[in-house]
Design a protein around this ligand. Structure first.
Ligand code: SAM
Ligand code: SF4
Length: 524
């Protein structure tokens, strides 16, 4: 997605329990780091990228006994928290969980650091510029901490899983009270307690693997759309990517837990769910006791009375025929698939360790289009992987056209410490990379605009999410294929799926008129 598309998408304002017992006797809240030591190699020590890279055969444990320790249940009364989130949907959803935990501790959410008693930065490590923004913010918070020494400042998320980041914070940013990793979110009450009463910086980052913690409280962003984790971690080890080290090994949530969560959301009136994971197509592959894959899960989702089901992100390598066949059944499974390709060159794909070629990818696209003729495909592309030649970049341009992607998140390659690609010498100058990105973005914009033009005069189903940030008399929502639509209408239809006739098209959005009389319609 480029800047223009990001801006368009930013225009819209917008507890379950299970009776299965954990194999452990102690409730989770009473466990200490030592209790976890057999499945997490390091406790209370800075993260270690080499440990994080390893994959062991230990069984993933699923915990169903999360609870806030008694002495922390009202500690937040009269106090406020702010969580600033950077990065992907996974982080957004982790923020919803941390907000749930803090709310259950009595804290109230606030939008400004000035009246917050806890500020958490939920960080992203995927590219260097994301990290720079966080360090900028850490710097800004220093004066606030000087004025109010009791303020707790915490850094969590993917950046805290990196040794160099933790060392830099410990050395240069002593005003940060708390550093914790992506595997330690359920320990937030204990960590806050330690930060409140400890004079030293509290650091808790477990460097490998990870378990699954169920029934964590959540405060979801809005009542219309919801994220549901189906997978954690990633074992793909693309050579440019830090995620397998920051998020641990691939582990799937049990289907019964996912289904129960989605049923609850449907009962609460949510209209759309997005199943989340770094590589959702690997869902179920780690189960030893049942034969259950993403195809089975999507088939089960079809039986739940919720109007829209999406999933992200797919890895082309694991996208199998069974999944295509289930998606082709339609119903609440939407015909928009985000399928990151990263490059159009087989040579670069091999160097990226993507485990498919250009031809494999095109064959997969052919199969998907044959089974789901109306499908919309979007993608992620990295430009300027080390030593990518002009010819290899041109292959990305031609693949973009050949597939007919309607949108793409495009990135300049960013070396990440500890990944194999970062160790490579790179002879391509940055201005060449920037020029390639510009050319690619122009093509992405043109293809998006062209796909939008085909909507003119058609009627589409729009899930109304709120008012436009620019004009609150204008409502805004998304089509089944995730296109933004702006139109005038009464506010009481927010949260509903309505028909809108498209009267004007732009590069990244559509304008239309509410169709009062509902007719049977399908999106082009
Ligand atoms: N798991 C997903 C996948 O494999 O497609 C997405 C993971 S990542 C959060 C989102 C995107 O960031 C990737 O698809 C890739 O295009 C991009 N990305 C990851 N590492 C990068 C790097 N070092 N430099 C530039 N872009 C990167
Ligand atoms: Fe990163 Fe590749 Fe895993 Fe996606 S599949 S999270 S790009 S290692």
């Amino acid at each position: 997605m480029n800047e223009e598309q990001r801006k368009q998408q930013a225009q819209i304002n917008q507890d379950q329990s299970v009776d299965r017992k954990s194999s452990q006797d102690k409730p989770l809240s009473e466990k200490t780091s030592e209790d976890f030591a057999h499945y997490f190699q390091s406790t209370y020590e800075p993260p270690n990228i080499n440990k994080a890279r390893k994959r062991y055969r230990e069984e993933v444990e699923v915990h169903y006994d999360f609870e806030i320790p008694e002495d922390m249940r009202s500690i937040g009364e009269g106090r406020k928290f702010l969580i600033q989130t950077y990065g992907c949907q996974m982080n957004e959803h982790d923020t919803e969980i941390m907000a749930g935990i803090l709310t259950n501790m009595g804290y109230e959410a606030t939008m400004t650091p000035d009246d917050a008693d806890i500020v958490l930065l939920n960080t992203c490590a995927i590219r260097e510029n994301a990290e720079n923004r966080v360090f900028g913010e850490i710097g800004h918070l220093k004066s606030l901490k000087r004025e109010r020494p009791d303020l707790i400042i915490g850094v969590c998320g993917c950046m805290s899983q990196q040794e160099s980041v933790v060392n830099r914070i410990m050395e240069k940013h002593q005003h940060v009270d708390l550093i914790f990793g992506t595997h330690n979110i359920h320990r937030l009450p204990n960590l806050v307690k330690e930060a409140m009463f400890s004079k030293a910086q509290v650091v808790e980052v477990w460097s490998k693997e990870g378990d699954i913690i169920e029934n964590l409280p959540k405060v979801r962003h809005g009542k219309i759309k919801a994220w549901v984790n189906i997978m954690y971690g990633c074992d793909k080890f693309c050579t440019y990517c830090i995620v397998p080290m920051t998020r641990g090994k691939e582990r799937s949530r049990r289907p019964e837990d996912i289904i129960q969560e989605v049923r609850h959301l449907a009962a609460e009136g949510y209209k759309e769910i997005t199943l989340l994971g770094q590589n959702v197509n690997a869902n179920g592959k780690d189960f030893e006791d049942i034969d259950y894959t993403l195809a089975n899960l999507m088939d089960d989702m079809r039986k739940i009375d919720i109007p829209r089901v999406r999933f992200t992100t797919s890895h082309p390598r694991d996208f199998d025929d069974e999944l295509i066949n289930v998606l082709a059944k339609g119903g609440n499974l939407l015909d928009h698939i985000h399928l990151p390709v990263q490059s159009g060159s087989s040579h670069i794909l091999r160097k990226m360790n993507r485990k498919y070629t250009r031809e494999d990818y095109l064959e997969l696209v052919r199969k998907i289009k044959a089974a789901i003729p109306n499908v919309t495909l979007t993608t992620d592309i990295i430009v300027g992987f080390p030593n990518e030649t002009d010819e290899q970049f041109e292959e990305t341009m031609t693949l973009m056209e050949e597939v007919g992607f309607e949108a793409a998140y495009t990135f300049i390659y960013s070396p990440r410490e500890g990944t194999p690609a970062a160790a490579q010498k790179d002879d391509i100058p940055m201005d060449v990379k920037k020029e390639r990105l510009q050319r690619l973005n122009k093509l992405v914009n043109d293809q998006s605009a062209e796909s939008m033009e085909s909507y003119l005069g058609k009627t589409v189903k729009v899930l109304v999410e709120g008012t436009s940030k620019k004009d609150d008399t204008v409502l805004a929502g998304y089509t089944e294929k995730n296109k933004v639509v702006n139109f005038k209408g009464p506010k009481d239809i927010i949260g509903e799926i309505v028909d809108v006739k498209i009267t004007e098209t732009r590069t990244w959005s559509l304008n239309g008129e509410l169709v009062e009389e509902t007719a049977e319609v399908t999106e082009v």
